[in-house]
Design a protein around this ligand. Structure first.
Ligand code: FAD
Length: 475
């Protein structure tokens, strides 16, 4: 997936970002520097702009100071100092927030990327990662032992935001969401305490951090369950775009064995080295499967997809699990973009027509529709077991439009109109794919989920210190 984004109130474009020294007074800056043992960056430092930058370059905010913690105690001290100084607090791990949440104008940004140690315990099948680790860092370390924990589809995404929002990726049908494999999290609370949260120690808080985002504290370490995942059948199957292919794709994905999870993209074929020149620009459905099971069963699992139409390109075959991520590597590069997403019970006739029409006619930039068909292990978890309530909705449709600042307004209008056509009958939205969209928080956290999140928030963060997120307002 690439280029997600949408405007946030107060966000400034990259072009308008000021370059100035910190608005913190000398005494306050000294207090912050004295409090932490890690680095404190302010504007003017050669690395300041690179560290405050986000994956979606549409967002550009300028913190008064950036704390790069040396350990969990630094995180705690940064939280307490920000509170003492009355400054807004922001937390950044991978910086991939599609709502541009992980920065602040004039507040203190905690850059968790300095805390990225990973420890794989192959005896207990437990992986431990500090709160600023990326999915790639963990996935490569686990792969060295022939193991994996389910994350998303892109290596550069941070485990911080990914896990706390839910985590839906290549292994969702086989091993569930990231939160279904979370065993424990070490958290810095709003009052600066360091706590370990698990089903045993604090079931309500553990429930809330599995889907409720960064509302409840700053995670300094995650502990996850590992699974045997080494060589998978993965890759990409390019099919010509048609109504029949789309219909068949959804049906085949729902009927597929749980060992197979696919993430598909409707898009014009890119000018990549493996795409023959005459096919570049052809409207296509790119099916990206991961079959994690006995390899001699992979061809049978893929047969219904290959039978949908004569493939334009077939690059599906055995590979080490991390190699699957090369097919989404382009999405790792920071750029401006707009994203709109919905859970759907199915693709209805009007949606099928809209998809074919939208991707066959000219459109701004290089728009993509990402289609995920879920189910399997992810759907077997009861809807109220975690703060992610959308267990039984099979289809997730996400419009992603890459753009530039000059064409942002046009891309936003196009993306919203397309999403409106698709999302009739929507059952909700995944919080990690929720941009800054007025009125949709209740679609991410329906009724009872929202009420329980508010109860936990009132207990652990009544002052709403952690509000740079899809905010659960304790008031
Ligand atoms: C290219 C791309 C591909 C993606 N693919 C997938 C996918 O396949 N599956 C999926 O489920 N999601 C996917 N996402 C969405 C992604 O999970 C969310 O954007 C997620 O919030 C990003 O996490 P991050 O740490 O990189 O983001 P950040 O921008 O650093 O943080 C996002 C939010 O989480 C909070 N946060 C981050 N770290 C911590 C921490 N340690 N403690 C407390 N709060 C924290 C931040 O304050 C912020 O509110 C994708 C996003 C992009 C841009």
């Amino acid at each position: 997936m690439s280029n997600p984004a949408t405007p946030v109130a107060g966000a400034r474009s990259a072009a308008a970002a000021p370059v100035s020294s910190s608005p913190l007074g000398a005494a306050d800056l000294r207090a912050l520097r004295d409090a932490v043992s890690g680095e404190v960056l302010v504007a003017g430092d050669p690395r300041f702009d690179a560290v405050r930058g986000l994956h979606n370059t549409h967002y550009s905010r300028t913190p008064a100071a950036i704390v790069r913690p040396a350990d969990a105690i630094d995180v705690s001290r940064a939280v307490l100092t920000a509170r003492e100084l009355g400054l807004e607090l922001a937390v950044k791990s991978g910086g991939h927030s599609v709502a541009g949440h992980s920065s602040t104008d004039g507040g203190i940004l905690i850059d968790m990327r300095t805390l990225n140690a990973v420890d794989i315990d192959p005896i207990r099948w437990v992986g431990s990662a500090q709160g600023g680790t990326t999915a790639g860092e963990y996935t490569l370390a686990a792969h060295a032992h022939g193991m994996a924990t389910p994350f998303g589809d892109t290596l550069s995404v941070g485990l911080g935001g990914l896990t706390l929002g839910g985590g839906i990726g290549w292994l969702a049908r086989k091993h569930g969401m990231t939160i279904d494999n979370l065993l424990e999290a070490d958290l810095v609370t709003a009052d600066g305490r360091l706590v370990s949260v698990s089903e045993e120690s604090d079931p309500d808080l553990f429930w809330a951090i599995r889907g409720g985002g960064g509302n409840f504290g700053i995670v300094t370490r995650f502990r996850y369950r590992l699974h045997p995942v080494e060589i998978v059948s993965g890759g990409a199957l390019f099919l010509p775009l048609s109504r029949e292919v789309l219909r068949g794709l959804v049906d085949a994905s729902m009927a597929a064995p749980e060992a197979l999870t696919q993430i598909s993209f409707v898009m014009r074929m890119p000018p990549a080295p493996f795409v023959p020149a005459e096919l570049v620009g052809t409207p296509s459905v790119v099916v990206m499967p991961v079959f994690s099971g006995p390899l001699d069963e992979a061809a049978a699992a893929m047969a219904p997809f290959r039978a949908l139409a004569t493939p334009l390109i077939d690059m599906v075959g055995p590979m080490p699990y991390p190699a699957q991520y090369q097919f989404t590597a382009e999405g790792e590069a920071p750029s401006a973009g707009v994203l709109r997403s919905s859970f759907l019970p199915d693709l209805n006739d009007a949606a099928l027509d809209a998809i074919v029409e939208r991707h066959s006619s000219s459109a701004p930039g290089m728009p993509m529709l990402q289609l995920r068909v879920l189910g399997g292990a992810m759907a077997r978890v009861p809807a109220d077991a975690t703060a992610f309530a959308h267990r039984d909705t099979p289809v997730m449709a996400t419009v992603i439009t890459g753009t530039t600042e000059d064409h942002y307004a046009e891309a936003l209008a196009w993306t919203e109109a397309y999403h409106a056509e698709l999302s009739v009958g929507s059952t909700g939205v995944y919080s990690n794919f929720l941009a800054e969209e007025a009125g949709r928080l209740s679609q991410a956290y329906p009724g009872a989920t929202y009420e329980r999140l508010v109860q936990v928030k009132r207990r652990v963060d009544p002052q709403n210190v952690f509000r740079g997120n899809h905010n659960i307002d304790p008031s």
